[in-house]
Ligand binder design. Sequence first.
Ligand code: GTP
Ligand code: MG
Length: 251
Amino acid sequence: MMCGHCGCSSEKARLSEPGVEAHSHLHQDGDSLHLQQALLAGNDELALHNRQWLTANQITCINLMGTPGAGKTQLLEATFAYAHTQSGTGWPPMAVLEGDQQTQNDARRIQACGGRAVQINTGTGCHLDAQMIQAGLASLAPRPGSLVLVENVGNLVCPALFDLGEQHRVAMMAVTDGEDKPEKYPHLFAGCELVVINKIDLQPYLNVDLKKTKASLRRLNPRVEILELSASTGEGLESWRDWLLTRAHHD
Ligand SMILES: Nc1nc2c(ncn2[C@@H]2O[C@H](COP(=O)(O)OP(=O)(O)OP(=O)(O)O)[C@@H](O)[C@H]2O)c(=O)[nH]1
Ligand SMILES: [Mg+2]
């Protein structure tokens, strides 16, 4: 599936070998715009299929997008650890689809926490798409009633364009990313229900002004929820748990 804006092709990327040209940008002429629209429409059709399958199986799917290194995997690790300490108290079965260009690192991190995870490598691709999620779900085979957490490729641009069939979108940034990320990358932050601002344990060492971040978020997305937390220390994790469990299907 080709990215309609930067032109990267994850399909080509998965088949590519070392040394193959990595990233070719489309020219924004009339023909390529047609091509982009067709590709995005193809993605939307598959996303609809995924959503119908998820709903039929009472599975809640959350698309976690954000900056590289924001702490997406660490939040998922912390979520599994938290659920483990509270087993039997409202947590559904959980499983993870991990998206990265290369490496199995993040799936291994989730598995080390006792979680089920499948890694999707996008090669030169900069985002997950509905076709990858369809294949990932087939391999993950989540139980009916599960919560499936998708960690998208760390990137604030292209993941926002691709519907995966998820029911909920979460954007994540860290205090170390700087307060202006929502203004610079508005599409992703405008299109999510929740923004997680991570690494608040580091705030005392930085000059970052989170009031500015939150004001930009509210301008872009007046109904957005904002959670400040530290996936490392566990501060704020109760609110994340509450947010997740409110959205999860219950048997
Ligand atoms: N101080 C602090 N460090 C954190 C926190 N969360 C994550 N980190 C650190 O930030 C680094 C990146 O964390 P990851 O969980 O790998 O980030 P990610 O968003 O999954 O990164 P990519 O998958 O590469 O996009 C690691 O060294 C983590 O230990 C936090 O709340 N506080
Ligand atoms: Mg990660």
